[in-house]
Design a protein around this ligand. Structure first.
Ligand code: GLY
Length: 315
């Protein structure tokens, strides 16, 4: 039994391993652990108190996948419901669909009895947003009219702060039956255009699990993982016979080979069908964590670095 996570999963990994040790499933473990990160007010990249979109509205993306059945559930651009991963699981368990977005996801969450919270962003985060817009040249009068009167498309580029643009949490677990599950949750690209959806709720892009080969999940610039189908590609390369580290190296190279502008940081975690973990990054110094049933606490390990030169403008 093993749980692998992005480093910000530290607040949830012990809960996940305890669930597995008491006979719970991989799906139960990754959902419960992700909920703890979604409720962590210090993490501004996932759930409550995440960085909102340019209008100040928090829009959450999440997905969950069952590697035994290849069933999945996801929500995208969902407002006012902090427990995004649980709504994603309910989509998987209760609906014939795989992904609900926006108001539909909110309505479904209410039908499932999940709590609403219309104050998920703290005044401190709201102040950061306004300061960024002000520093970028937007007047207080324009900020007040953002919801209705301002064309947003060019301001979105201005408001992007590379240091806090793309955070997410990944959990992958393998339970005592060998079943694998993966969960991904995020508040997405800080100050994004309203309605922007990243890789986290897109099965195959930011999340994929298949008991027969392994699982992979991404954090980083979701647009890249969407274009390269990164999580599914990694599992597919394992299906074609590569080890988890060879497959991870190869998808990082696929990302590096993307052309055009808007290339930035990508990180991934993965396991193979035997529970061997791997973590890769294009930013030096990044770590991931994992814990097996016989470990008292998680291990934090350096991710393997693969250079993906950043570029933000057309060549
Ligand atoms: N990887 C998270 C996002 O791009 O939204």
């Amino acid at each position: 039994m093993i749980v692998v996570a992005s480093a910000n999963g530290r607040v949830g990994i012990q809960t996940a391993i305890d669930i597995l040790k008491s006979g719970g499933t991989a799906i139960e473990a990754v959902e419960a652990a992700t909920r703890l990160v979604e409720d962590n007010l210090q993490d501004h990249t996932v759930g409550r108190n995440g960085y909102p979109n340019i209008l100040g509205d928090l829009e959450l993306d999440a997905s969950i996948m069952n590697g035994r059945t290849l069933e999945s559930g996801a929500v995208a651009a969902m407002k006012n419901v902090p427990a995004a991963i649980t709504v994603a699981r309910k989509v998987m368990d209760k609906l014939p669909h795989a992904l609900l977005a926006g108001e539909g996801a909110e309505r479904f969450a209410a039908e499932m009895g999940l709590a609403r919270d219309e104050q998920m962003v703290s005044p401190e985060i709201e102040a950061i947003r306004k300061n960024l817009l002000t520093a970028g040249g937007m007047s207080a009068e324009k900020i007040a009219k953002l919801q209705t009167d301002i064309e947003l498309w060019d301001w979105v580029k201005m408001a992007t702060d590379p240091e806090r643009t793309y955070g997410t949490v990944n959990f992958i677990a393998q339970d005592k039956n060998g079943d694998i599950a993966s969960a991904v949750s995020t508040s997405g690209w800080a100050w994004k255009y309203p309605g922007r959806v990243g890789d986290s709720p897109i099965i195959g892009a930011g999340n994929y699990a298949d008991n027969r080969y392994g699982a992979a999940a991404c954090t980083g610039m979701g647009e890249m993982a969407i274009r390269a189908c990164t999580a599914h590609s990694l599992v597919f390369y394992m299906k074609m016979g590569q080890s988890v580290t060879e497959a991870a190296q190869r998808v990082m190279e696929d990302l590096r080979d993307l052309s055009g502008p808007y290339i930035a940081v990508m990180n991934l975690v993965a396991i193979d069908k035997d529970g061997n973990p791997a973590g890769f990054t294009s930013k030096q110094g990044r770590t991931f964590i994992y814990q097996t049933e016989d470990m008292e606490s998680c291990v934090e390990q350096d991710r393997t670095y693969v250079d993906i030169p950043s570029r933000w403008t057309k060549a």
